[in-house]
Design a binder for this molecule. Structure first.
Ligand SMILES: [Zn+2]
Length: 254
């Protein structure tokens, strides 16, 4: 990726978009975040996004998208509406056209800021079948935005093909597993960190984290086993000491 370029991240303060924010910070020279206020029933989500952007020194813009709630009342915005997901149907947290609108408004901001790159945490892997989370839609909109504004946008979707466990793995590789676990809000009940543990979003997040931590544990035990077998640990003088710059398995006996 071009380190000279600037990216705009569509940022909700949840696990996925926060992982994307850190991914963009690694990939691009400059990063800004755009958050949409569409009447979320938990204002804590917007406060959470603002706080993370401030802590990470990322310029942050809040755009008023209240009309989305006017157009399509749904369970994410109406506190009187329970979250439901009937077999074979889209859940009632779905808002028609939401990602299309978010990306389009973010593209307008991006062009004004001289940014060509848009980053969004949409994912078609273990989500609920939202049509505007699909890769084919993103590619189609990318072409449309380029034609609409006579500009070369690049929409990046680092989470498109990965599941929740792999999203946690990416956070870990970016060095922000604990930060994301503690500071983001994914819960439909607006509870930060590990959330309420009961809503579909918390269950999905927890299942992914449990799967990833189990995989990490297995990998670490396998690595420790390799190190032991190669003699690096048994030696006791080289392993784990000194500057720590040399991985244990590459340490050669004197
Ligand atoms: Zn929850």
């Amino acid at each position: 990726m071009d380190r000279q370029e600037k990216a705009i991240v569509i940022f909700s303060g949840g696990q996925d978009s926060t992982t994307c924010l850190f991914w963009a910070k690694r990939e691009f020279a400059e990063v800004e975040a755009v958050t949409f206020d569409y009447g979320q029933r938990h204002r804590a989500e917007i406060d959470c996004a603002r706080r993370i952007a401030e802590e990470q020194n990322v310029p942050w813009t809040l755009l008023d998208m209240g009309l989305l709630n006017q157009l399509a009342p749904n369970a994410l915005t109406r506190s009187g509406m329970a979250i439901e997901h009937r077999e074979g149907e889209l859940p009632n947290t779905f808002v028609d056209g939401r990602n299309m609108l978010f990306l389009t408004f973010a593209a307008i901001v991006a062009k004004q800021r001289g940014a060509r790159h848009l980053v969004t945490g949409v994912c078609e892997t273990d989500f609920s079948g939202y049509p505007d989370c699909r890769d084919i839609f993103i590619k189609s909109l990318n072409v449309t935005l380029n034609l609409a504004m006579d500009y070369s946008f690049f929409i990046h979707t680092p989470l498109m093909r990965i599941d929740k466990a792999a999203t946690w793995k990416l956070a870990d590789e970016l060095g922000v597993f604990d930060y994301i676990r503690a500071n983001t809000i994914t819960c439909y009940n607006g509870i930060p960190g590990d959330g309420c543990g009961e809503c579909p979003s918390c269950k999905l997040r927890l299942a992914g984290m449990t799967a990833y931590l189990a995989e990490r544990e297995r990998r670490q035990s396998a690595d420790a086993g390799d190190a032991f077998a190669s003699g690096a640990v048994a030696d006791g003088t080289d392993a784990g000491g000194g500057s720590g710059a040399v991985p244990a398995r590459q340490v050669k006996p004197l």
